[in-house]
Design a binder for this molecule. Structure first.
Ligand SMILES: NC(=O)C1=CN([C@@H]2O[C@H](COP(=O)(O)OP(=O)(O)OC[C@H]3O[C@@H](n4cnc5c(N)ncnc54)[C@H](O)[C@@H]3O)[C@@H](O)[C@H]2O)C=CC1
Ligand SMILES: Nc1nc(O)c(N)c(N[C@@H]2O[C@H](COP(=O)(O)O)[C@@H](O)[C@H]2O)n1
Length: 218
């Protein structure tokens, strides 16, 4: 029987105080060795998923470059279809398979913009993208594993809706502080510790002063 959703791995790098970016959007926390590890992980999954803010602020490529391996499908959650036509993701969509996940909130103009690129557009949800429905649709497309690479809003939505299976988190040796810097999990947060998912620490890898923690959700 087909699984109702793909296997979801949350991935990211945080400072020791749990931030993924400064208030000015500096997010390069991982070391070169850690980036190599990440790219190996990327090459082992069917798809990488990010949120619209990460797409616009980091302007990532989301490919496998630092090791040999295949590029996964890229998925951007972009309810209103506001991703820039000059973004690396859209500009490289003729080379790397790309899905833009939109909702009914998209404007005609933005839909027409997206349709000019060789991307697949999947619509779910009235307001923001309906993650459960999106995952179900991705499962039907034989996408079995997804690496969620943030940012904080997207990470929170996957945790809040209990839509993940594993989490691989790098703790980088920095202290960023600040109310306005970006936490690994944004959103409303849980009001009780007992509401948190329970995690089993599967492994810890030390890369000089960086720690890579691998958790499995119980
Ligand atoms: N250090 C790290 O590992 C990473 C750091 N970052 C940083 O995170 C920051 C961006 O994080 P955020 O501002 O929180 O934005 P985000 O990247 O999580 O994107 C959130 C946006 O995605 C769209 N979206 C549509 N449907 C959604 C749904 N169902 N759930 C959630 N989002 C949905 C919405 O427009 C929403 O505002 C950037 O500064 C980036 O540099 C991002 C990834 C990794
Ligand atoms: N694991 C990890 N460590 C960091 O330090 C990061 N800043 C990120 N960010 C994620 O990687 C994307 C950049 O990908 P490309 O190098 O452009 O392929 C970025 O957008 C985040 O999703 N991850």
């Amino acid at each position: 029987m087909e699984k109702s959703r793909p296997h979801v791995i949350l991935s990211g790098a945080i400072s020791v105080d749990g931030k993924i970016a400064t208030k000015t959007n500096d997010s390069k926390l991982s070391s070169q060795k850690d980036i190599q590890r990440l790219h190996k992980l990327r090459s082992s999954v069917d798809a990488i998923l990010i949120g619209k803010n990460t797409a616009s602020r980091d302007n990532p490529l989301l490919t496998v470059r630092h090791v040999k391996g295949k590029n996964p499908i890229r998925i951007v959650l972009d309810s209103k279809g506001t991703i820039s036509k000059t973004s690396k993701i859209l500009q490289s969509s003729n080379k790397v398979p790309t899905i833009i996940a939109i909702s009914k909130k998209i404007t005609k103009k933005n839909l027409e913009k997206l349709e000019k690129f060789p991307v697949e557009i999947i619509s779910t949800g009235n307001d923001s993208v309906n993650l459960k429905l999106l995952l179900k649709k991705l499962s039907k497309k034989k996408i079995k594993t997804i690496l969620v690479e943030g940012g904080g809003t997207v990470n929170w939505e996957f945790v809040k809706h209990n839509l993940f299976d594993e989490m691989i988190l790098t703790i980088s040796p920095y202290l960023l502080g600040g109310e306005d810097s970006i936490s690994y999990l944004r959103g409303t947060g849980f009001s009780r510790i007992s509401h948190s998912p329970n995690l089993r620490l599967k492994s810890v890898k030390r890369l000089k002063n960086h720690l890579v923690l691998h958790y499995v959700k119980l």
